[in-house]
Design a protein around this ligand. Structure first.
Ligand SMILES: [Zn+2]
Ligand SMILES: [Zn+2]
Length: 348
């Protein structure tokens, strides 16, 4: 019994040892797993962090665009952080439209006038394709029974609304609005291209409701100046009235800005562009006016402001640029040096 009891005790000691060993093994195993998991999560964290950094760097390295709906006063260089200037840019932004063209005319020249530089989209084998650019609504007139109600520039040849919906209708509207859009000739070249053009308005963010007009005609286009004026029509009261209000606000703020930034002793170099790069939602870019190029009896401007394909035709606006003539230029192209250049100043 005593012997047995010793045996039992011995076996108990063995058991205790075994249990202890197993416990240690399990403990080490758990601990190891935890350490591995921690290291692994650190590695993942690091990887995610690196990816974010890479993405941010890529964005910074690519182009400096500010989504139109995120634009704040703080995005302006410190000396230009002025509420009126901010308001001015916001109104220009409201007037900016995306220009979509689904036809390329056979009448495009092979080279830019008096140069050997190839003209965009000349000799396209497939003439039915989608290209996008940018533009800006400049003037708007309201008509009732063919009589102009308000507006500064323009007249109509029509007695009733000529939008596509009304053209297909037995009772076209007798109240309508006609508005002018400034873009680049290399975006909309002639009547053929204008008749295949759609304008999307207020496309400020990815999920903006679609507001578009599909009846567009050509008022005038100058190849050398790369300046094209389109006319469009709508009998949508909400759209007509909205554009009229924006147009009135623009006239007020333009006057304010012109008077404010009119100190000949200070040189203002601020330049901004509102456009639809790659046909995407509206973006604002801020940069600097650089030097001028004297061509075709006029002036082209160069600037550092970011653009991408799809920005062509967007108004290029300078602040405090002391010109006596009121004209607007559009984004036309980029030089090998990386600087961008505008079309030639056009008189309205
Ligand atoms: Zn209509
Ligand atoms: Zn781009």
């Amino acid at each position: 019994m005593h012997k047995l009891s010793i045996k039992t005790r011995l076996s108990r000691v063995k058991w205790t040892k075994a249990v202890l060993i197993v416990t240690v093994i399990v403990f080490v195993f758990i601990l190891r797993k935890r350490v591995i998991m921690k290291l692994r999560s650190q590695k993942v964290e690091k990887l995610i962090y690196t990816n974010i950094l890479l993405a941010v760097r890529k964005m910074q390295g690519h182009k400096r665009f500010i989504p139109a709906d995120k634009f704040t006063l703080k995005h302006l260089p410190e000396r230009y952080q002025d509420k009126d200037l901010y308001e001015y840019i916001k109104i220009i932004s409201n007037q900016t439209v995306r220009v979509s063209v689904t036809m390329t005319t056979p009448h495009r020249p092979d080279v830019w006038p008096k140069t050997t530089q190839p003209y965009p989209f000349h000799n396209m084998s497939n003439r039915r394709n989608l290209r996008t650019g940018s533009g800006r609504v400049k003037f708007i007139n309201k008509y009732i029974d063919g009589f102009k109600q308000n507006g500064i520039i323009g007249r109509t040849d029509s007695a009733l609304c000529w939008c596509k919906k009304c053209q297909d209708s037995d009772s076209p509207s007798n109240v309508w609005w006609e508005f002018y859009v400034h873009t680049a000739t290399h975006v909309v070249f002639d009547d053929i291209e204008a008749s295949h053009t759609t304008l999307r308005l207020f496309y400020d963010k990815d999920d903006s409701p679609v507001v578009s007009v599909d009846k567009v005609s050509l008022v005038g286009a100058n190849i050398e100046y790369d300046s094209c004026v389109l006319k469009s029509v709508t009998c949508d009261k909400t759209l007509g009235e909205k554009l009229t209000i924006i147009s009135e606000k623009y006239v007020n703020i333009w006057e304010k800005i012109t008077n404010k930034y009119n100190d000949p002793g200070r040189e203002y170099t601020l330049n901004f562009i509102v456009s639809h790069p790659h046909g995407c939602a509206k973006q604002i870019s801020i940069g600097q006016r650089k030097y001028e190029l004297h061509v075709y009896g006029g002036t082209k401007y160069t600037y550092t402001t970011s653009t991408c394909p799809g920005s062509s035709g967007a108004n290029v606006l300078f602040v405090g640029y002391n010109d006596t003539w009121r004209f607007d230029v559009v984004h036309s192209g980029s030089l090998k040096s990386g600087l961008n250049y505008s079309g030639v100043g056009v008189f309205y």
